[in-house]
Design a protein around this ligand. Structure first.
Ligand code: NDP
Ligand code: MG
Ligand code: MG
Length: 340
């Protein structure tokens, strides 16, 4: 069974007197910085000049270059995009990692796949909320929290785990529960979850359902509501009470349809595909592909991203959401937009 920690199990005193540098002020960065500050932790933000810099300044933070922030802090949390981390780490963070400091990540990718090799005399740990940054922030302000994971990769001071737990508590994760894991488990399960279920699996399912209805002559607007919009309402029920509560809330006809149709859609073959995706993650094949794609300036990522924007479900969805202000239509680049 997993080791799960809640607020009452954690002594946050170990963070007292320490300054935390939050490197990056995007989805996760803005949430960690603001939650820590409101929990009484001393925070500086490390960035390059630009949009995030201006945002962090206007949110009242002391904003420094990455290197200055890393120099000033005892705990350095890297919340840059995973693909930018190795270069920024090498140039601006590593030179400031004196003995006894702590280097922290919200995802184990770069350490696990050998892209960042921290010196032996610093603590290295993970404090990873299991949810998008904007929810890490919003739930904290509501007195709740996004559950999280911690893992210790390297314990140079003897305090690494205590620090990791204190950090997780002060961003609000221990209100939901903090599970102890390893860099390997966090990295592999995070990548698998987003690829097979949360992002890859779900987008493909939504698109295939929409296409099936539209190709059969049904109106795209109806197909959009049925296959995309309504998904949130169903997932909210699962979030609150598992599959059982979702099935309790839907009609018996829908529940019977769930039982008979589900296994025809997600078949043994789907499970085989999942196993192969997991294996590519475990062997490092996926990581290598993504690292090389970035080194090549993302030719394939860019092409797919462009064509996905023009998918009919996106075109009709943009129009329908315009008419639903309560959905708070969010587009890429809008501050506060949800981002995974
Ligand atoms: P974002 O892309 O949202 O934010 C990145 C931030 O880094 C921006 O503030 C950006 O500023 C800054 N930045 C980028 N490049 C540089 C650079 N060269 N020098 C200085 N600053 C730079 O990242 P995320 O919050 O999505 O991801 C951060 C980490 O959190 C990753 O490890 C990710 O795996 C992990 N994570 C993310 C989750 C999420 O919900 N997004 C969930 C759980 C973990 P600028 O405006 O200048 O570009
Ligand atoms: Mg991830
Ligand atoms: Mg229905």
């Amino acid at each position: 069974m997993a080791n799960i920690y809640y607020n009452g199990d954690i002594n946050e005193g170990v963070l007292q007197g320490k300054t935390v540098a939050i490197i990056g002020y995007g989805s996760q960065g803005h949430a960690h910085a603001q939650n820590l500050r409101e929990s009484g932790v001393s925070v500086v933000v490390g960035l390059r000049p630009g949009k995030s810099w201006d945002q962090a300044v206007s949110d009242g933070f002391e904003v420094l270059t990455v290197q200055e922030a890393a120099a000033k802090a005892q705990v350095v949390m890297i919340l840059l995009p995973d693909e930018n981390q190795p270069k920024v780490y090498k140039e601006s963070i590593e030179p400031e990692l004196t003995a006894g400091k702590a280097l922290v990540f919200a995802h184990g990718f770069n350490v696990h796949f050998n892209q960042i090799k921290p010196p032996a005399d610093v603590d290295v740990f993970l404090a990873a909320p299991k949810g998008p940054g904007h929810l890490v922030r919003r739930t904290y302000t509501e007195g709740a929290g996004v559950p999280g994971l911690i893992a210790v990769y390297q314990d140079a001071t003897g305090q690494a785990k205590e620090l990791a737990l204190a950090y997780a508590k002060q961003i609000g994760s221990a209100r939901g529960g903090v599970i102890e894991t390893t860099f390997q488990e966090e990295t592999e399960t995070d990548l698998f979850g987003e690829q097979a279920v949360l992002c890859g699996g779900t987008s493909a399912l939504v698109k295939a359902g929409f296409e099936t209805l539209v190709e059969a002559g049904y109106q795209p607007e109806v197909a959009y509501f049925e296959c995309l919009h309504e998904l949130k309402l169903i997932v909210d029920l699962m979030y609150e009470g598992g599959l059982e509560y979702m099935r309790y809330s839907i009609s018996d006809t829908a529940q019977w349809g769930d039982f008979v149709a589900g296994p025809q859609i997600v078949t043994e073959d789907t499970k085989k595909a999942m196993k192969s995706i997991l294996s590519d993650i475990q062997t490092g094949k996926f990581a290598k592909g993504w690292i090389l794609e970035n080194q090549a300036n993302r030719p394939e990522f860019t092409a797919i991203n462009e064509s996905e924007k023009n998918h009919p479900i996106e075109v009709v969805g943009r129009e329908l959401r315009e008419m639903m202000p309560f959905v708070k239509a969010k587009s890429k680049g809008v501050v506060g937009s949800a981002k995974n």
